[in-house]
Write a protein that binds this ligand. Structure first.
Ligand code: MLT
Length: 431
């Protein structure tokens, strides 16, 4: 017999069907609740609310499991490339050799952006935060490809927008940094793979030859894979919600970029490195900061510890911790003072009862900031790097939402404001 729940309200009984996912996660189907009872559910922050059915990413926060399209994140991080993972997320299967070659070469062919996009850079203050430029320019693609706003795009037209977005985001992202530095903007190089080309556009100068370090390319691939999707997080839910109004892919992703910019979401890895730097400036006494974090009267909080959905450990952090050790060793940075501070904090978090009890283990943001710093990515670009990695996830989720013909997102509320009252003329109002 199919499982269901009974809700008894004012003596009347209602049956709520139970929905079960392929990994046996269960939900009460309340889609008819208001029509049947006049009541809604209230769940600020949506901790208990499933907004959609999705076949893209499976996450089990209790057991620390993360899989893209069924493949464990550990295997993908070790064996795959970012572009292959992007294909997997967007098209639902691992590509054949021909499919991967074709996907990758199409992206390469679209890396150039319209010269008018280049001109827009001149309109931004040089000190503008790269995320402000990134979200604006991704949204501006709707102006360069106006047909992309149509709600009735064919599969081929959607695919073209997907390729354009995957290709142009890396050029625009690298240029946000170059613009910030007042450096000349580098055009993409089509002889390079995705990650190498991004590093080239970020770090090369027209005046000298730029050597691409394979250790850095490998680390970047891994970081982007680990960030590629994370089911219904804040920015992804934003992309789906905006997209549910039939907004374009570019517009929806631009909204996701803005959500990601929030310090409680994608801005966290930037805050980790800023915290480590401020501990270093203060003399590097980590015990002092650990004590401050434990003091309930002190507002200081350790950044990059614990996670909203992972209750015991973040599987991405386990992979990235090892990658951080390897990369820093390969780059000869294992003795850096910043790393020493990070290691001491990590040690405290893993052994000190206070942190263990509260499940404040180092999360993915703690280590990703350290690797980005080691490979020369400036701190204010960390969230841009997160966006670069998260893009295939956003695209896959936007496509899934469209394919499933999901209704426009329209949450309800419980109104707690004034009840009806009459308008008061201005000369009769009291302060
Ligand atoms: C993410 O990868 O999006 C973050 O860990 C945040 C989240 O999943 O809520």
């Amino acid at each position: 017999m199919a499982e269901s729940a009974e809700l008894t309200l004012n003596g009347q009984s209602y049956t709520l069907p139970v929905i079960e996912g392929t990994e046996h996660e269960k939900a009460f189907d309340i889609s008819k609740l208001r029509d049947q009872t006049g009541y809604i559910t209230l769940d600020p922050g949506y901790k208990n609310t499933g907004a959609c059915k999705s076949a893209i990413t499976f996450l089990n926060g209790e057991e620390g499991i993360l899989r893209y399209r069924g493949y464990p994140i550990e295997q993908l991080a070790e064996k795959s490339s970012f572009i292959e993972v992007a294909y997997l997320l967007i098209y639902g299967k691992l590509p054949t050799q021909d499919e991967l070659k074709n996907f990758s070469s199409q992206i390469t062919q679209h890396t150039l952006v319209h010269e008018d996009v280049r001109k827009i850079f001149d309109g931004f203050p040089t000190a503008a935060h790269p995320m402000a430029i990134l979200s604006s320019l991704i949204c501006s693609l709707t102006a360069f490809y106006p047909e992309s706003v149509s709600p009735d795009l064919s599969k081929e037209e959607i695919d073209l927008n997907v390729i354009r977005l995957m290709a142009k985001i890396s050029t625009i992202a690298a240029w946000t940094y170059k613009n910030n530095m007042g450096h000349p903007l580098n055009y993409p190089r089509n002889d390079l793979d995705y990650c190498s080309n991004f590093l080239y556009m970020m770090f090369s100068f027209p005046t000298e030859k730029y050597e691409i370090n394979p250790v850095v390319v490998q680390a970047l691939n891994k970081l982007l894979i680990l960030h590629a999707d994370h089911e219904q997080n804040c920015s992804t839910s934003t992309v789906r919600l905006v997209g549910s109004a039939n907004a374009s892919l570019y517009g929806s992703v631009s909204a996701g970029i803005n959500a990601l910019w929030g310090p409680l979401h994608g801005g966290a890895n930037q805050e980790v490195v800023e915290m480590l730097e401020s501990i270093q400036r203060d003399g590097g006494d980590t015990q002092k900061w650990i004590d401050k974090a434990k003091d309930k009267d002190d507002s200081f909080r350790l950044m990059g510890f614990g996670h909203r959905v992972y209750k015991n450990f973040d599987p991405r952090a386990t992979i990235i911790k090892k990658a951080a050790d390897d990369v820093l060793k390969a780059l000869g940075l294992e003795d850096s003072p910043l790393l020493k501070i990070a290691k001491e904090l990590e040690q405290a978090a893993l052994t000190d009862e206070y942190f263990v009890q509260r499940k404040l283990y180092p999360n993915v943001d703690f280590y990703s900031g350290i690797i980005y710093k080691a490979i020369g990515i400036p701190t204010e670009m960390f969230t841009v790097m997160f966006a670069l990695g998260r893009l295939p996830g956003w695209i896959a989720q936007w496509k899934e939402m469209r394919t499933n013909k999901e209704p426009i997102g329209r949450p309800r509320q419980i109104y707690v404001g004034e009840t009806e009252r009459d308008y008061v003329a201005i000369d009769q109002r009291t302060a």
